[in-house]
Design a protein around this ligand. Structure first.
Ligand code: URA
Ligand code: CA
Length: 433
C-alpha cells in the first residue's frame, strides 16, 4: 500500500478497501504515515465523502488501534448512551440509575468537561467519596450487582482517533460527517457495549446547528453502529437552550436527584424517557418503547429509581445520603441574581454562552489541566417563551468568587427578550433506527 495512491483515489471519488483502511490506520497510529499525508487524505474525504462500507471499516480500524474494553463478564445486553454535547445536559446522571432500575445493564465510560460543556465524571465527583476511576474487574462486578457503573476513560482507547481528531482540528476537516461519525463511533465500539443509544443535539447550542445536519450525522452513526454489529438508535433532541434549569456540577446532581424523585424539569424528564425507552428495548426487556416508558415512569413513582441511585452511588464509594438530603452536596458561598433589563418574553437563550458563563464562575475548565469549582454554576429561572418584567430574576449565579461581572454580562447578553411571545422549541425531532 502506498499512501499517496489511496489519497489520489479518494481525491478522485474512488473507494478504499477494508484492507487498505486497516493498513492506513495501523501505520498512521504507529507513526509510519506523516501528518501531512493524513491531512490531505482528510481533506479528500471532506470533499468526496465515504461509502457506508468505508465508514464502518474506518471506525472499526480506529476502535482496534488501542485498548478495547471487554464487557463479556457482564450479564445481559450492555447498553451505552452517548450525547453529542450540550449545556446543562444532566441526562447520564439520571439515565444510569433510571435504566438500571428496570434491569438494563448500564456500563458507561464518561469524560470530563472542557470549555462550555460539562462532563459526567466531574458531576459525579460532586458526590463526596464517589470513585470515578474503577478498574475493569470492579467495573464489571458493579454492573452485575447494581446494573449501573460509570467510570472515566482509562487506558489507551482509540489512539488513532486522538491523533486524527487533533489533526482535523488544525486542518479545517472537523466538520465532515463521515469523519465525525467514525470518530464518535470508534470510541463507542472500543468501550465494549452491545447496544448504543445516541442523543444527537441540534440547535444554536449544538455542534450541529441545523436539524438536517443532525439527522445526517445521526444516520451516519446508526449505519456505522449497526454495520459493526452493535444495535444502534439515535434520538435527535433540542439544544436551542440549556436542558433543564441547572448548569454546573453539584447543581446538576441536585437536578438529577430531583428528576429521579419525579420533581425535575419537564424537558429533562421527557428526554430521559425517550432515551431510556430505547435503552430498555435495545436490552430486549420490552417490545415497544411505549411499554418501556410506562416501566420507567413507574419506577420513578414507586421510588425504585431513587433507591437505585443510592445503590449506584454507594457502590462507587460515594455518600448515598446526598439523595435524601441535598444539603450534603457542595454549595457555593454566594448566590447572585441576574435580572432582566426590560419587559417582554424570552425569545432565545444562547446555550453556549450560558455554558461559558458557568465556566467563568468556576464550573468548567479553560484547559485540560485547570481545576474546577464543583459548587459553581448557574440556575436559570427563565426559559424560552416565559414572560418577564424588568427586574425579574433571569438566572442565579452560584459562585465562590466576588468577581462575577464578566459572567453576569454573558448571561444578560445570552437572553434575547422580545415583545412578541415565542413558542418554546420542540424537544424531540426524530428517532433514527
Ligand atoms: N466529537 C468527536 O468525538 N469527534 C469528532 O470528530 C467531533 C466531535
Ligand atoms: Ca440541567
Amino acid at each position: 500500500m502506498r499512501m499517496v495512491d489511496l489519497m489520489e483515489r479518494k481525491r478522485n471519488g474512488g473507494e478504499l478497501t477494508k484492507t487498505e483502511i486497516d493498513e492506513m490506520i495501523e501505520q498512521y497510529t504507529a507513526g509510519g504515515i506523516p501528518d501531512y499525508q493524513m491531512s490531505a487524505f482528510s481533506m479528500a474525504v471532506y470533499f468526496q465523502g465515504m461509502t457506508t462500507g468505508e465508514r464502518v471499516h474506518l471506525t472499526q480500524a480506529m476502535a482496534a488501534s488501542g485498548d478495547q474494553v471487554d464487557l463479556s463478564g457482564i450479564e445481559g445486553v450492555k447498553v451505552d448512551k452517548h450525547s453529542t454535547g450540550g449545556v446543562g445536559d444532566t441526562t447520564t446522571l439520571i439515565l444510569a440509575p433510571l435504566a438500571a432500575s428496570v434491569g438494563v445493564p448500564v456500563a458507561k465510560m464518561s469524560g470530563r468537561g472542557l470549555g462550555h460543556t460539562g462532563g459526567t465524571i466531574d458531576k459525579l465527583e460532586a458526590i463526596d467519596g464517589f470513585d470515578v476511576e474503577l478498574n475493569g474487574d470492579t467495573f464489571n462486578r458493579l454492573v452485575n450487582e447494581n446494573k449501573a457503573a460509570v467510570t472515566g476513560q482509562s487506558g489507551n482507547l482509540t489512539p488513532a482517533d486522538k491523533k486524527l481528531y487533533g489533526l482535523r482540528d488544525v486542518t479545517a476537516t472537523v466538520d465532515s460527517i463521515p469523519l465525525i461519525a467514525s470518530s464518535i463511533m470508534s470510541k463507542k465500539l472500543a468501550s465494549g457495549a452491545d447496544a448504543v443509544v445516541l442523543d444527537v443535539k441540534t440547535g444554536t447550542g449544538a455542534f450541529m446547528k441545523e436539524t438536517e445536519q443532525a439527522r445526517e450525522l445521526a444516520e451516519a452513526m446508526v449505519d456505522i453502529g449497526n454495520g459493526a454489529g452493535r444495535h444502534t438508535t439515535a434520538v435527535i433532541s433540542d439544544m436551542n437552550q440549556p436542558l433543564g434549569y441547572a448548569v454546573g456540577n453539584a447543581l446538576e446532581v441536585k437536578e438529577a436527584i430531583e428528576t429521579l424523585k419525579g420533581e425535575g424539569p419537564d424537558d429533562i424528564f421527557e428526554l430521559c424517557l425517550a432515551l431510556g425507552s430505547h435503552m430498555v428495548t435495545a436490552a430486549g426487556l420490552t417490545e415497544t418503547t411505549e411499554e418501556a416508558k410506562e416501566h420507567l415512569r413507574e419506577t420513578v413513582h414507586s421510588g425504585k429509581a431513587l433507591e437505585t441511585m443510592k445503590t449506584f452511588i454507594s457502590g462507587q464509594g460515594g455518600n448515598p445520603a446526598v439523595v435524601d438530603d441535598l444539603e450534603n452536596l457542595p454549595s457555593a458561598s454566594y448566590q447572585k441574581e441576574v435580572k432582566a433589563a426590560q419587559d417582554g418574553y424570552i425569545a432565545s437563550i444562547e446555550a453556549e454562552d450560558i455554558g461559558t458563563a458557568a465556566s467563568m464562575l468556576g464550573a468548567g475548565r479553560t484547559t485540560k489541566e485547570s481545576s474546577i469549582d464543583l459548587a459553581a454554576g448557574i440556575v436559570l429561572h427563565k426559559k424560552i417563551g416565559d414572560a418577564v418584567q424588568r427586574g425579574d430574576v433571569l438566572a442565579v449565579m452560584h459562585c465562590n468568587t466576588d468577581n462575577t461581572s464578566e459572567a453576569e454580562e454573558k448571561i444578560v447578553s445570552s437572553y434575547m427578550i422580545e415583545k412578541q411571545q415565542t413558542k418554546p422549541p420542540q424537544l424531540l425531532y426524530d428517532v433514527i433506527f
